[in-house]
Design a protein around this ligand. Structure first.
Ligand code: BES
Ligand code: MN
Ligand code: ZN
Length: 485
């Protein structure tokens, strides 16, 4: 979708639909006359998710005008605008609207609002129906969104482009995450990453099973051995032209293309959802595409350990002890706690590649969904400074995050007499013991772990977003890199 900026008056905009925001208790001057009946009858109240669609409104060049309720004006912010833009797109999309315009009134013509409107529109347009063969079931694509604003400076145009790049990258992440597990094997995921890297000028490397054996990635290989589909370690590198420092940020995403649980097999009910167990990895690939375009002043390496967790005849067993890339031995007590195993080797590998800071994103535990539901992602860290940067980036990006504890007490749960560490703790605080396991491998490298098991997938469509993958925490990844000092 194209994003354009126009400084024409809203009435002069030639578009298939022009969206105007009305707040609770408000009455837009230019509409007060022609729409007085609608206002007086209470049909336009300005409440959130209230839409009033008008055709051929007098005095407007646009073929349709959509009055979109913004709710209470003093509670309106960029995040609300993002949702409102998405909801407006989803309201209009079935009607066939190739060119959409969005008016930002005085007070809202800032870069943050402009970016949010574009982002919301592009995110709202996405659908998970790429394998439906009947084209008549599908909405026609929206070709362009024009942000209409009086005044505004060059920063506004840059913000528009930033919003477009981030949202297109989020939709790429969602395209990858929604692919069914028979089509998206670890090697296919690596091929997707390779084509993204080639198209955006990133360096790309894939470690295959043999290379991983040579290096000693026993924790990852133990998970992979139950599947006929070979694993891949995906590496995408961005090098800035002028780095602000010698820092090297690694973003690492769990890439389990399907998680049956392995020998510790999961119940059948709902198992199909485990195709999104690579959502963290997909977010890394999408973020790397955006980073290549937005060019932050820090070196960023995207790493995705990709495996399928299957209970094949060669699968690892509870009781197996594997040697990780770090040299530490791990006793496998539950083969369904596989994400932490592949991430242990990926985090160690990130450090071997010279990462000074590591952020990982993973659909790691059901326990984080119990703790936080589907609203906030759980954040764990061994470093106050990186944690603060991450939380600030997430806030700016509009992705909700909640800081969770890491404590020596959780480490006690991972003690075993047979190896250096075991891969599960007790039933309680499962998200915290999983994070504690990862912390062991991050060691003293500043690290943040984001558990997105509850937030990477929407079970039911929202007014502003289709059901399926959300892209979280891609926008935070990008914002973190862009804000790096
Ligand atoms: N991929 C799952 C976690 C998950 C659960 C993601 C629900 C999304 C939604 C992970 O590999 C897993 O199976 N975790 C186990 C860990 C347990 C065996 C210690 C879990 O959470 O039950
Ligand atoms: Mn699992
Ligand atoms: Zn998993």
């Amino acid at each position: 979708m194209q994003a354009k900026l126009s400084r024409l008056a809203a009435t002069e905009i030639d578009a298939d639909a022009l969206v105007l925001i009305e707040f609770e208790g408000g009455r837009r001057a230019e509409l007060a006359g022609p729409l007085s009946a609608l206002y007086e009858s209470g049909e336009i109240k300005g409440k959130e998710s209230e839409f009033t669609l008008l055709h051929g409104l007098n005095g407007h060049k646009a073929r349709r005008v959509l009055i979109a309720g913004g709710g209470k004006r003093d509670r309106f912010d960029a995040a609300r605008l993002r949702s409102l833009a998405g909801a407006a797109v989803r309201f209009l999309k079935p009607k066939g609207i190739p060119n959409l315009a969005f008016a930002l009134d005085d007070g809202f013509n800032t870069p943050a609002y402009a970016a949010a409107a574009v982002e919301g529109a592009i995110l709202g347009a996405w659908e998970p129906d790429y394998l439906k063969t009947n084209q008549t079931d599908k909405d026609k694509p929206i070709d362009s969104v024009t942000i209409v604003t009086a005044g505004g400076d060059a920063a506004l145009a840059a913000a528009l482009e930033r919003g477009r790049v981030i949202a297109e990258a989020a939709n790429l992440t969602r395209d990858i995450a929604v692919e069914p597990p028979n089509l998206l094997t670890p090697l296919r995921l690596a091929e997707r990453a390779r084509s993204v890297a080639e198209a955006s000028g990133l360096a790309f490397e894939m470690l295959d099973q043999n290379r991983m054996r040579q290096l000693g990635m026993g924790a990852l290989l133990g998970v992979a051995q139950g599947s006929a589909a070979p694993p891949a370690m995906i590496v995408m590198r961005y090098t800035p032209e002028k780095a602000a420092s010698s820092d090297h940020l690694a973003i690492v995403g769990k890439g389990v293309t399907f998680d049956t649980g392995g020998i510790s097999i999961k119940p059948a009910d709902g198992m199909e959802k485990m195709k999104y167990d690579m959502a963290g990895g997909a977010a890394v690939i999408g973020a790397m595409q955006a980073i290549a375009q937005l060019k932050p002043r820090v070196a960023v390496t995207g790493i995705v350990p990709a495996v399928e967790n299957m209970p094949g005849s060669n699968a690892q067993r509870p009781g197996d002890i594997v040697t990780s890339l770090s040299g530490r031995t791990i006793e496998i007590l539950n083969t369904d706690a596989e994400g932490r195993l592949i991430l242990a080797d990926a985090i160690t590998y990130a450090k071997q590649l010279g990462a000074t800071h590591v952020v990982d994103a993973a659909t790691l535990t059901g326990a984080i969904v119990v703790a936080l539901g589907h609203t906030s992602s759980g954040v764990f860290s061994n470093d106050g400074d990186l944690l603060a940067r991450w939380m600030a980036a997430a806030k700016e990006a509009g992705e909700k995050m909640w800081h969770m504890p890491l404590d020596e007490d959780y480490r006690d749960q991972l003690k075993t007499v047979y190896a250096d560490i075991q891969n599960i703790g007790t039933r309680w605080g499962g998200a915290c013991t999983a994070a504690t396991f990862l912390k062991e491998f991050a060691d003293d490298t500043p690290w943040v772990h984001v558990d997105v098991a509850g937030t990477a997938w929407l079970d039911d469509a929202k007014s502003h977003m289709a059901k399926g993958p959300t892209g979280i925490p891609l926008a935070s990844f990008i914002t973190l890199a862009m804000q790096w000092q």
